[in-house]
Design a protein around this ligand. Structure first.
Ligand code: GLC
Ligand code: MG
Length: 424
């Protein structure tokens, strides 16, 4: 979306823990399904926004643990910090707005006098967020006392209870819903309002996302009691809010289907790779599907047949060069035959490939330079290649494209082993 003059086709604003990320799924199946769908069909003209309770420190930890995409916008610390892009450039205007009438030292003073509250880790105490733990049975009473005392000190706060344990105190103007409303207003003033917005959440701090005007919403199947209760009391008859029957990111995809936000079938769910019917021109699809097929081939999740292997080979120009991240050049058209022998070498193992941040540039009427991050997980080890590829339009090919040249470079800190099978 960078530099685009168009309105985003879809903006997804999603919570992370137990919404986008399923902590009960060590294989991250639905997260990977969502990621493939986003890169194939939405990255080029839509906006991905993560809205999390986590501080920047804990957010960055999660990104190292899970196969997450890079969002266009990151809202952290329960809607108190907004940053843009990969570089995470903070929104100063939002900070200034939150400073008005806010004094966190008063929050510390008053909460110290209140029983049952246990302060969360230092990393989670932020300029506009003070956070505690409190057990469910004490929460309603303590929230009452706190809001009365802070009111008496002329402090206008918002107190949010999430996950049956976390208590956050924020400036009244903060929160996930307010942060989203702020962004929507900003986009509107720039003439770039998203055509559709889908908000996704599971717990108390997500409730206000669902009251933002004109948005679709999905409460994932595993939503917490406090969010379901909020919904029952405040938004029961809103047809734009779905309580999914699927968990986490699978619930987000389900909501896209339910609300007719198309496309909504993840390339990871495609079973027929024989490509009898070529699809339309799509850079996103070609880049995602090519790598996905390499993964499925090595995991033996597709049939061991020439038909399927040809799907990979038929999109390579006979002179296609792959520059490996360890500096070796190879003709990929002939070199890829080595991959045939690797069928099933990762069967039953924790092996995944996923693509992040696909960004194309048109170089000529039928030639594209596409940059993307290619991630690989092999058992517990993760590594990333910054990849540049040249692709040329080719009517009749699976996504009407063929690969001319690929150049991979290790992202700093990533591995350095050399093996053709692992490098495609
Ligand atoms: C995240 C934050 C925590 C906050 C909770 C609920 O877990 O790390 O500080 O209380 O979200 O908003
Ligand atoms: Mg959550």
């Amino acid at each position: 979306m960078e530099g685009s003059k168009e309105c985003p086709r879809l903006m997804i604003v999603s919570d992370l823990d137990n919404t986008m990320v399923d902590h009960h799924d060590p294989e991250n199946i639905s997260l990977l399904r969502f990621g493939a769908l986003w890169e194939a069909d939405y990255r080029h003209d839509s906006l991905l926004v993560f809205s999390t309770g986590r501080s920047p420190t804990l957010y960055k930890e999660l990104r190292k643990e899970k196969p997450m995409l890079t969002p266009d916008i990151t809202i952290m610390s329960v809607g108190t910090e907004i940053t843009y892009g990969d570089a995470m450039v903070p929104d100063k205007g939002w900070e200034e707005w939150l400073n008005q009438g806010w004094d966190r030292s008063i929050v510390f003073e008053e909460s110290a006098k209140t029983p049952h509250l246990r302060l969360q880790a230092e990393t989670e105490q932020r300029p506009h967020k003070v956070s505690f733990y409190i057990e469910k049975e004490h929460a309603p009473e303590v929230i009452n006392i706190l809001s009365k005392r802070l009111g008496e000190r002329q402090l206008d706060v918002k107190i949010i209870y999430s996950g049956g344990i976390d208590l956050d105190i924020l400036p009244q103007g903060a929160g996930k819903g307010q942060a989203l409303a702020y962004l929507l207003k900003k986009f509107n003033s720039e003439g770039k309002s998203p055509l559709n917005t889908l908000v996704c959440g599971d717990s108390g701090n997500d409730a206000e996302l669902f009251s933002v005007a004109d948005v679709y919403g999905v409460m994932v199947s595993n939503a917490q009691e406090e969010l379901l209760q909020w919904h029952a009391e405040n938004a029961k008859n809103n047809p734009k809010i779905l309580h999914a029957s699927e968990r986490c990111a699978a619930g987000i995809i389900q909501a896209m289907q339910h609300f007719n936000l198309n496309p909504n079938v993840s390339p990871r769910d495609i079973v027929d790779y024989s490509q009898t019917t070529p699809k339309n021109f799509s850079l996103g699809h070609e880049i995602v599907e090519f790598h996905l097929l390499c993964e499925k081939w090595r995991r033996a999740e597709v049939e061991d047949s020439s038909d399927i292997f040809d799907r990979l080979k038929c999109v390579l120009d006979p002179n296609c060069i792959l520059v490996h991240p360890w500096g070796v050049e190879e003709n990929l058209f002939t070199g890829i035959d080595a991959l045939r022998q690797c069928y099933g070498d990762q069967k039953g193992k924790n092996f995944r490939i996923w693509i992040d941040k696909i960004r194309p540039t048109k170089l000529a009427s039928d030639i594209w330079l596409v940059k993307f991050d290619k991630w690989e997980l092999i058992e517990k080890e993760r590594r990333c290649c910054l990849t540049s590829a040249l692709l040329k339009e080719k009517p009749g090919a699976p996504n009407a494209l063929m690969w001319l040249h690929i150049h991979e470079t290790w992202l700093s800190g990533c591995g350095s082993s050399s093996n053709l099978c692992c490098s495609i």
